[in-house]
Design a protein around this ligand. Structure first.
Ligand code: NAD
Ligand code: UD1
Length: 334
């Protein structure tokens, strides 16, 4: 059985569905702090399979120990965590508690119950801002500035340090760039819509929940002044997890892979793609830059190509079409 921490959230719920599709038994642990029980119902509905669920907090080691002692767990996919850069400036301790303490607890419990395989959700933000693009996994990283990125880099380092004490351990560290898009059922991500990320903002704007689309900064040193990111479709991202899992089951050690598309698109470019497909003009408002936002970054994905035979299939046009299909479903249900 695979333990999926944070399996009710955006990325974890997509992964849960794919694992079930691949006939893996899964147990989800989630404290529902950024999701709700409806996720479990929807995962069951989409996969037509049963899912074990524990409503629990990974910062509580007793909860984890119970979870490992009562179930036959062979691997962990570790998604549970907090993910907002701006929130992490306001409440750094909760970021270190959930992301770092939660990860330490998990390793301790895994050690106690002899579970030796983990796939860890890291982030492109661990690269900070000091390196030439595209970012490669073998860069020696300085501690990044924002507390969220710090918590992810600290967790990576803790996992790597633990490896030296346990030669049977294998770790897949996946540095996500910007995951976007939705499951074709449209059932998996209500909470995403409440966030201030670019795609949720666009959907909120199209649903008329907000009157204008904010653009956070148009004077960056980028191709058109707006922020540039590497967007990766959620289903491609999850495929990367399944391949990383197979790899780490065959190879002991710690492996780091970037999961992105390898290309950077600006905020204005993304908006234009939506405008073209919808044949409409968006009402944009340029607002000040968000704290902690970098101007631009994208991934070198040749390591994941080579070692995992992982190649993202959906390009930016497919991603925008997929998001619009999701929007249509939401509009009907609105
Ligand atoms: P999400 O918030 O949708 O999902 C995280 C899940 O973890 C939620 O269901 C939440 O309730 C749960 N959770 C939070 N704290 C918990 C705790 N203490 N105990 C148990 N469950 C807890 O986020 P997501 O977008 O699915 O991200 C998953 C992981 O990927 C996170 O670790 C995040 O930092 C990382 N990540 C996300 C992105 C992104 O853009 N979405 C990018 C890079 C990395
Ligand atoms: C996201 C994640 C972060 C993750 C990182 C990986 C959040 C809050 N952030 O950050 O956890 O580690 O990817 O790379 O989940 N923008 C607008 N208008 C909007 C919203 C966004 O102009 O309404 C701009 C931003 O300024 C940025 C770009 O769009 O230039 C992308 O922003 P966003 O979707 O929030 O993702 P990141 O901040 O890159």
């Amino acid at each position: 059985m695979i333990l999926v921490t944070g399996g009710c959230g955006y990325i974890g719920s997509h992964c849960a569905v794919e694992l079930l599709k691949n006939n893996k038994d899964i147990l989800i642990i989630d404290d529902l702090s950024n999701s709700d029980y409806q996720s479990i119902r929807n995962i069951k509905l989409i996969s037509n399979k049963n899912v074990e669920f524990i409503h629990g907090d990974i910062t509580d080691i007793d909860v984890l120990n119970d979870c490992f002692s009562q179930n036959n767990i062979e691997s962990v996919f570790h998604f549970a965590g907090k993910k907002s850069i701006s929130e992490s400036y306001k409440d750094p301790l909760s970021y270190f508690s959930t992301n770092v303490k939660g990860t330490i607890n998990l390793i301790e419990s895994m050690q106690k119950y002899d579970v030796n395989n983990i796939i860890f959700s890291s982030s492109a933000t661990v690269y900070g801002s000091d390196y030439p693009l595209p970012w490669k996994e073998d860069l020696i990283l300085n501690m990044p500035h924002n507390p969220y990125a710090k918590s992810k880099l600290m967790s990576e380092n803790i996992l790597k340090s633990y490896l030296s004490t346990n030669q049977n351990f294998s770790i897949g560290i996946l540095r996500y760039f910007n995951p976007i898009g939705f499951h074709s059922s449209g059932l998996l991500e209500d909470k995403v819509l409440g966030s201030s990320n670019l795609v949720p903002s666009i959907i909120s704007y199209l649903l008329k929940n907000i009157q204008f689309l904010p653009v956070y900064g148009d004077n960056y040193d980028t191709k058109d002044g707006s922020g540039v990111r590497d967007y990766i479709h959620i289903i491609d991202l999850i495929e990367g997890h399944l391949k990383a899992y197979e790899y780490t089951k065959k190879n002991k050690g710690c492996f780091v892979w970037n999961l992105g598309s390898g290309e950077g698109f600006s905020v204005f470019e993304i908006i234009k793609k939506f405008e073209e497909l919808l044949d409409m003009k968006f009402d944009l408002r340029v607002l000040p830059r968000r704290e902690g936002d970098l101007a631009e970054y994208w991934a070198d994905i040749s390591k994941a190509n080579r070692e995992l035979n992982w190649y993202p299939e959906k390009d930016i046009n497919n991603m925008v079409k997929n998001i619009l299909a999701f929007f249509e479903i939401k509009k009907e249900n609105n």
